[in-house]
Design a protein around this ligand. Structure first.
Ligand code: FMN
Length: 391
């Protein structure tokens, strides 16, 4: 298929997505907060780190699988939570989750999915993780947590870096609205995006934040999106983490950890995993690049719990670098949405296979046979020698 050959790497899939999506929808995913300093830093941090291969170590066959929370994933890449995936392709969340399961990896559903968490669970795809926030109404956090437990989600991800919404200026420039405004002017501007419009014609009207819909209350997405900023609690604290720890039976991850003190505190609070993340540069502009924070967080937890990373993963080699710096596994946000926008489930599967193929090649070229063998020996000799390899 033409889209596959055009999308021969993740960046090419991004370009294909840009040609497919209305500008405002593309920018909603592609953009970051304010001057997008952190967004850029996430990617350049990988470019600034070089590998030191030892090809004579011999790696004829590579095993990319990794153990995480008692489950074996076929590659160390999980699909991270992205709200409104259903804006990029009809039924986007279920398409991505199916692609993840077929690839042998996990899918994390966003609080802000179009389908409900129960609808995703009904597909039977696994492993599934669920992402939540701390709301001013703790009862709602509790409700989502209990629903995820009842629906058999394998892990709960509490995102801590989104309590005030980031200032995303591309959305302001584009007049981005949820749902997208489709007046005569917007339709004219979309003349070259007819494929998306045609695909989405049945889904746009019903677009909603499925998990937020309440019987007898307005369920249209504009109303729900309008409420979003005011229902999150910027006053959340460690007490909430401890409370959630008591509520959720199973692996609990904190997403958005950058500081070593938070990492240590999370250990004490009984958290089972950390996701080193700055929300893909969409929240605090100027925040440290995820990759740069990673070795410090990994050192702070001393291999006692898995440390995951997201932000800027665009190549299989980026995954290798993150693992060398102490990550157990990586998550992807935008690359998944680009895959969805280009070809739905097949597009997401393609993105995962691109990353798998590149990681496999990079491991072979470095002389590494198993994920567990990836460590600081792949990096500049002496500079990262004392880093622990995450469990
Ligand atoms: C369109 C979009 C929506 C997102 N929605 C959520 C969300 O609902 N919850 C969350 O924890 N993170 C959300 N994120 C952040 C991602 O989970 C992830 O941290 C980030 O995209 C990783 O960076 P990357 O896009 O460079 O891979 C979103 C990201 C994007 C691009």
């Amino acid at each position: 298929m033409a889209w596959r050959s055009a999308g021969f790497n993740v960046d090419r899939m991004r370009l294909s997505a840009r040609r497919t999506l209305p500008r405002a929808v593309f920018d909603f995913a592609d953009g970051g907060a304010e001057d997008e300093v952190t967004l850029r830093a996430n990617e350049t941090a990988f470019d600034d780190l070089r590998l030191w291969p030892r090809p004579l170590d011999g790696a004829a066959e590579r095993d990319l699988s990794v153990e995480l929370f008692g489950q074996r994933l076929s590659l160390p890449v999980v699909i991270g939570p992205t709200g409104l995936a259903g804006l990029f392709w009809p039924d986007g969340e279920r398409c991505s989750a199916r692609a993840a399961a077929a690839a042998g990896t996990a899918y994390c559903l966003s609080h802000g999915s179009v389908c409900t968490l129960e609808e995703l669970a009904a597909t039977g795809v696994a492993p599934r993780w669920m992402q939540v926030f701390v709301y001013k109404d703790r009862g709602f956090t509790e409700e989502l947590t209990r629903r995820a437990q009842a629906a058999g989600y394998a892990a709960l991800v509490l995102t801590i870096d989104n309590q005030l919404l980031g200032k995303r200026e591309r959305d302001t420039v584009n007049g981005f609205q949820i749902p997208p405004r489709l007046g005569p002017l917007q339709l004219a501007a979309m003349a070259t995006r007819l494929g998306w419009l045609w695909r989405m014609k049945g889904s746009l009207r019903g677009l909603t934040f499925g998990n937020y819909v309440r019987p007898g209350q307005p369920s249209d997405i504009a109303t729900l999106a309008g409420k979003m900023g005011s229902i999150l609690d910027p006053g959340m604290s460690w007490r909430d983490v401890e409370w959630l720890r008591g509520l959720w039976q199973g692996p609990l991850l904190l997403k958005g950890v950058l500081h070593t003190e938070e990492a240590r505190r999370a250990l004490a609070a009984g958290v089972d995993g950390l996701i080193v993340s700055n929300h893909g540069g969409r929240q605090l502009d100027g925040a440290v690049a995820s990759l740069n924070a990673l070795p410090h967080v990994a050192a702070a937890v001393e291999g006692r719990i898995p440390v995951l990373l997201d932000g800027g993963i665009r190549r299989g080699g980026d995954v290798l670098k993150a693992l060398a710096l102490g990550a157990t596994c990586c998550l992807i946000g935008r690359p998944q949405l680009w895959g969805l926008a280009v070809a739905g489930e097949a597009g997401v599967a393609h993105v995962l296979e691109l990353l798998r193929g590149e990681l496999d090649r990079a491991m072979g070229l470095c002389g590494i046979e198993r994920i567990e063998a990836i460590g600081p020996q792949l990096l500049e000799p002496g500079r990262f020698g004392s880093l622990p390899i995450a469990a």
